[in-house]
Design a protein around this ligand. Structure first.
Ligand SMILES: Nc1ncnc2c1ncn2[C@@H]1O[C@H](COP(=O)(O)OP(=O)(O)OP(=O)(O)O)[C@@H](O)[C@H]1O
Ligand SMILES: [Mg+2]
Length: 333
């Protein structure tokens, strides 16, 4: 059987895998459920469905935190389980070649951990190539990275926001912030707790973020279920979306401050390109209603929409894998 070539985006919230010549073959939550902290009982979306509902002896964990591997051992179990499942569908992966998209603004040790992960898996890869995430991301967001125009890319994911300035196919500036969709959810949880003494779960908070039109003019209220922290009893209540907006805006303002800081450090010629072309906003959290307008108004720049914001990294990685002209953007290990 011919060796396979695979691309992976190790997201904090979801792992996406592309198989050359085939397309995206895996896109599931980066979650592992284990019994007595040892035996894996579920992975991916199935494990995610269990979160918040399991008895004490079952743990549901995210082995990637803030864009880096938080638990190598758990991540290796998850990786091996994913490839055991994929083997059933696609045949053996032994000797495959891997392209992995890694945040640019992390330490060499953190980068190497991703390499070691794939290298020590049961798949026994033939070759592992590393690609800077902002490069893959910019390609997937539809920009032509190799032309001379400067590009600013803002990827708001689940636990990270990566702000990058690119020019001539390379990274000029990049910063990885520990702010993303989950921080927006936590801000909503604490706002509801403060205002209504109502404790909601993280899935409910995420639903509020997606449903209530948050950051632009037209506000929609939402009905949520949670626990009253005073009486301890379950309660239903209608939530003012203005409150959700405040929680979300607090986090968006941290991102905006950092966009400003990066713009201040951007060389003038590139800054003028960005001024002309605007910012490219991507990542799953770019779908927060009104966030593009909110950022655009705050930094006084146009914000370009990206068609598939959750898939920009893996789509760009696929382009790099399928096209030799991006060979300069690959680090061979
Ligand atoms: N329609 C939507 N509205 C608002 N937020 C959304 C929507 N769809 C997804 N999200 C949010 O996007 C986030 C996931 O985005 P993404 O898939 O880019 O993350 P990731 O790449 O796994 O994480 P990271 O890049 O931080 O490592 C989640 O926090 C989720 O709540
Ligand atoms: Mg991501």
């Amino acid at each position: 059987m011919a060796a396979k070539t695979l691309g992976i985006d190790f997201g904090t919230d979801s792992i996406k895998i592309y198989k050359k010549g085939e397309g995206i073959i895996y896109d599931q939550k980066t979650v592992l459920a284990a019994k007595n902290r040892k035996t894996v009982i579920a992975i991916g979306n199935e494990a995610f469905e269990m979160s918040g509902k399991v008895p004490e002896y079952i743990s549901v964990e995210y082995p990637i935190k803030g864009g880096v591997i938080a638990s190598f051992e758990k991540m290796l179990s998850l990786f091996n389980c994913i490839f055991m499942d994929l083997t059933r569908e696609y045949g053996r992966f032994k000797g495959s070649q891997f392209y992995i998209a890694i945040p640019a603004d992390i330490t060499e040790v953190e980068k190497k951990a991703f390499y070691d992960l794939v290298d020590s898996s049961f798949v026994r890869p033939k070759k592992i190539r590393m690609v800077d995430k902002p490069i893959a991301d910019a390609l997937g967001a539809g920009t032509d990275i190799n032309n001379s125009q400067g590009v600013m890319l803002v990827d708001i994911g689940a636990e990270t926001t990566e702000i990058s300035v690119l020019s001539l196919g390379g990274i000029v500036l990049t910063k990885l912030l520990n702010v993303g969709g989950k921080n927006f959810d936590e801000a909503i949880i604490s706002a509801l707790r403060r205002r209504y003494n109502l404790l909601i779960g993280s899935k409910t908070a995420e639903m509020c973020k997606k449903k209530a039109v948050t950051l632009n003019g037209h506000q929609k209220s939402v009905v949520v279920y949670g626990r009253d922290v005073v009486t301890g009893l379950p309660r239903e209540r209608e939530v003012d979306s203005e409150l959700i907006k405040q929680g979300v805006a607090e986090q968006a303002d941290i991102i905006i401050d950092n966009i400003r800081k990066i713009l201040e450090r951007t060389p003038p010629e590139i800054a003028s390109d960005i001024f002309e072309r605007g910012i490219h906003l991507t990542g799953g959290s770019a779908k927060i209603p009104g966030i593009a307008d909110y950022i655009s108004l705050s930094v006084k720049l146009k914000v370009n929409s990206v068609t598939d914001t959750s898939g920009s990294v893996i789509n760009g990685l696929a382009e790099i894998m399928e096209n030799d002209k991006y060979s300069d953007n690959i680090t061979e290990m």
